[in-house]
Design a protein around this ligand. Structure first.
Ligand code: ADP
Length: 421
């Protein structure tokens, strides 16, 4: 049994594609089709066709550019590549043959002769040009390719500018929305706190526990909402460099101590141990206290969130070569090696965010996926670096994760730099 020759047909016009496909199939060929030049090149590489039939004017590449690309590969040196086109200027034909096309067929198609023509090229047939026209064709081809390239580079430049404009618009939108949400939220929070302390309500609280529980729930939810809005605002400001570092002398050990103190209740509830030696940290570094506190809070918060009850979180410090290292290590679930490349990206969460527990300290209680990008943004804005190490994620063996922050002891205002994504 002889196998049918395979023909790859590259044509963007669907009607033409179907027509030729049908004619060739009826003529006994196996046909695969592509609507763009790049797809055609991919199909050629994956299917090794016996012959490639291509239109000249495709949306991405010209038919003869496809031939040039494929001829660079050893296995396509002998593959017949035939142009099938509506353009019948002799100059186009010269360009096509100069670019490595074997034959040049002009539409409209003659159903009966198409088969014979295809067979001719399959059997090794080749259109020829005299030396003079071939060299003219080559010169014209070079000019055309360069012109095409220039047009494409310009288009890409315009597209890139448009994408950057859209990205700025997105950041502005996020910033305005978060800002607008925060203002009323702050008011609501203030009112609820007033309500909490309202003298006449104290009697009601004593009489009816439920009222107190309701108000507590309200305060907690508003605090959480406030936290989320602030996270969005901070990352957006870091991304657009719309954040001024408020550099001052700070006691790093004390700052970390206070962050850990804020987690006391959660740590007790979750029966977790903390290893921390305040004296390992410098008493005086120059940095933005609020931002640094936020970065450290996010790292320690994550260490707690992603470690099962009974685990240990350690925060170790060391100073050398004008920089301080803060190492936050946990005995938690760990992070997949592949995931480690993405966890500092905005809105990246390993588990489905919809399944997250809303608590900031419960095991597995995730958030928006902004904690680490914010931490990195802050550290980099101080001229520092943040790295992650973990042997992988395993909920049974708990390999743990280690985040290392390296921070210059004396960050200056001028070290503010744009953060990566
Ligand atoms: P999230 O709000 O989801 O915690 P982050 O940006 O803080 O967002 O972290 C991104 C992802 O990185 C998390 O969803 C989590 O899967 C993973 N991750 C961060 N810190 C740890 C850690 N200490 N242990 C295990 N996984 C972590």
């Amino acid at each position: 049994m002889t196998t049918k020759p395979t023909i790859l047909y590259i044509e963007d016009d669907a009607a033409n594609r179907n027509l030729v496909d049908r004619i060739l199939t009826v003529s006994g060929y196996e046909v695969i089709t592509a609507a763009t030049g790049l797809r055609g090149i991919d199909l050629a590489r994956s299917n090794d066709p016996d012959l490639i039939l291509t239109d000249i004017n495709l949306p991405d590449l010209k038919g003869y550019e496809i031939a040039t690309v494929l001829r660079l590969e050893e296995r396509f040196l002998q593959t017949p590549i035939v142009a099938l086109t509506g353009i019948h200027y002799s100059t186009q034909r010269e360009v096509a043959l100069a670019a490595g096309i074997n034959g040049y067929l002009v539409k409209p198609l003659n159903t009966t002769t198409l088969r014979e023509q295809i067979q001719y090229y399959l059997d090794g047939g080749q259109d020829s040009l005299d030396a003079k026209r071939l060299s003219e064709g080559q010169a014209r081809y070079t000019r055309e390719v360069i012109r095409h390239l220039e047009r494409r580079i310009r288009e890409m430049g315009e597209l890139n500018a448009e994408l950057m404009r859209l990205d700025r618009m997105k950041q502005t939108f996020i910033q305005i929305t978060a800002h607008e949400l925060r203002t009323p939220l702050t008011l609501v929070y203030g009112y609820v706190r007033l309500l909490e302390d309202f003298p006449s309500l104290q009697t009601v609280f004593r009489q009816d526990e439920t009222v107190k529980t309701l108000i507590d729930g309200l305060v907690e939810s508003i605090e959480r909402m406030h936290g989320v809005v602030n996270e969005i605002l901070t990352i957006s400001r870091l991304m657009t460099q719309d954040i001024e570092l408020n550099i001052a002398q700070i006691d790093l050990g004390l700052l970390i101590f206070r962050v850990l103190k804020g987690f006391t209740e959660a740590l007790q509830e979750r029966k977790m141990r903390v290893k921390f030696e305040q004296s390992q940290f410098p008493q005086s570094i120059r940095a933005d206290a609020d931002l640094l506190k936020l970065a450290v809070t996010n790292l320690i918060g994550n260490a707690i969130k992603y470690t099962p009850d009974g685990g240990t979180v350690s925060v170790v410090g060391s100073v050398s070569d004008g920089q301080v290292k803060v190492v936050v290590r946990d005995t938690g679930v760990g992070i997949d090696i592949e995931e480690q490349k993405h966890i500092f990206d905005q809105f990246h969460t390993v588990d489905d965010a919809e399944l997250h527990s809303t608590s900031k300290t419960a095991f597995g209680g995730g958030g928006l996926g902004l904690g680490l990008p914010i931490a990195r943004g802050i550290i980099e804005a101080h001229g520092g670096q943040i790295l992650v190490e973990s042997a992988g994620r395993d909920i049974d063996t708990l390999p743990g994760s280690t985040f290392t922050v390296a921070l210059p002891l004396f960050s200056s205002r001028s070290t503010m730099s744009p953060i990566g994504n």
